[in-house]
Ligand binder design. Structure first.
Ligand code: ASP
Length: 341
């Protein structure tokens, strides 16, 4: 029997309507379990933990990532798998951050949530939660099948640091356009074995907790004003920039833009090029409009999502290393968050 730790951080899954305002607010976790007696039928032993103050995921931040990471780390040896209930709005960010916090993870950490509260008649919470627990408990020859951070929503387990929330109302709220699903849930759980993260069991899990939040995401757009990007240079304490560019990593070739990017890099500030497209990869040099960025030493985010890109940048800045080392490590897949080539 697998031992699973279920951690509630907040989110719609455990929310109820405020009688005064009609807005959804988190409620006491112990009541959440009253709604799903089905969990007792699973062949798992489930213990639960909750954030002292559950939050809407818009209020997640680095200290809450650490609170969650700490709950998993403190219980790492005692459990076979972890299920994290989290609001869907920023689930991809938190799950990406957790993937960087746990190096050489050899157990499943499965994030899930729902679009409708658990008490709602048409809720998607039950299926999401029950299957997430089942997946966290999956074992083969006494070893966990999943040894990475996953995100389960609407019949699919995805690699969490490859996901993006793509819909605010459909039950199918997440997509992973650059990496295949890890498990499809139908009559059976169909495991896509070749795409699961392989681990080296000789390597010990290493827990990382340093994140540097002095970063910014800049989305370029046609007609962007020079003053916006040059203003960045004046921002005190800025340590890293994620630049969301067009298509395969392209941006304006105007001198003011390239000069500003160059000045940032000269100051030792890493600039990461990620695409605004939902799928596909940055290939700097493929178009003339990215040649300048490549020459300046802009770091390629390849096919990483913006969510994973910002978490990875905060993580690597937190580890403190010279810019050239950060560039090399950033362009390497650390937790399966980007394609290798
Ligand atoms: N606003 C909610 C949250 O992210 C939405 C959800 O739970 O899906 O916490």
């Amino acid at each position: 029997m697998s031992k699973i730790l279920l951690i509630y951080t907040g989110g719609t899954i455990g929310m109820t309507k405020d009688v005064q305002t009609g807005a959804l607010i988190p409620f006491d976790f112990s009541r959440l379990l009253e709604h799903i007696p089905e969990l007792l039928q699973l062949h798992c032993h489930i213990d639960t933990l909750s954030f002292k103050i559950p939050v809407d995921s818009s209020d997640m931040n680095v200290s809450r990532w650490k609170e969650l990471g700490g709950m998993i780390y403190d219980n790492y040896v005692a459990y076979d798998g972890f299920v994290v209930l989290h609001g869907s709005d920023t689930m991809s960010y938190t799950a990406s951050a957790i993937s960087f916090m746990f190096e050489n993870l050899d157990k499943p950490i499965i994030f899930t949530g729902s679009q409708l509260p658990i008490g709602d008649l048409r809720t998607d919470a039950k299926e999401n939660l029950i299957t997430a627990v089942q997946i966290a408990g999956l074992q083969e020859k006494g070893k966990p099948v999943i040894t990475e951070v996953g995100l389960y929503f609407e019949y699919k387990l995805l690699r969490a640091n490859r996901t993006t929330k793509i819909n605010a109302e459909h039950f199918r709220a997440f997509q992973s356009l650059n990496y295949p699903e890890l498990i499809t849930s139908g009559v059976h759980l169909k495991v896509n074995t070749p795409f699961l993260r392989k681990i080296n069991r000789k390597r010990k899990m290493v827990y990382h907790t340093h994140f540097d939040t002095n970063v910014v995401i800049i989305k370029v757009f046609p007609g962007m004003n020079a003053s916006i990007i040059t203003a960045l240079l004046a921002v005190k304490g800025i340590k890293g920039v994620v630049l969301e560019t067009f298509g395969a990593g392209n941006a304006t070739t105007k001198t003011w833009f390239l000069d500003a990017i160059s000045a940032l890099i000269q100051q030792g500030i890493p600039v990461i090029n990620v695409t605004q497209c939902a799928g596909g990869s940055v290939i700097m040099g493929a178009y003339d409009t990215s040649v300048g960025l490549k020459k300046l030493g802009v770091i390629s985010g390849k096919d990483i999502t913006t969510e994973a890109a910002v978490a990875k940048l905060m993580y690597l800045l937190g580890e403190e290393m010279p810019l050239n080392v950060l560039k090399t490590i950033y362009e390497t897949s650390l937790r399966g968050e980007m394609s290798e080539n």
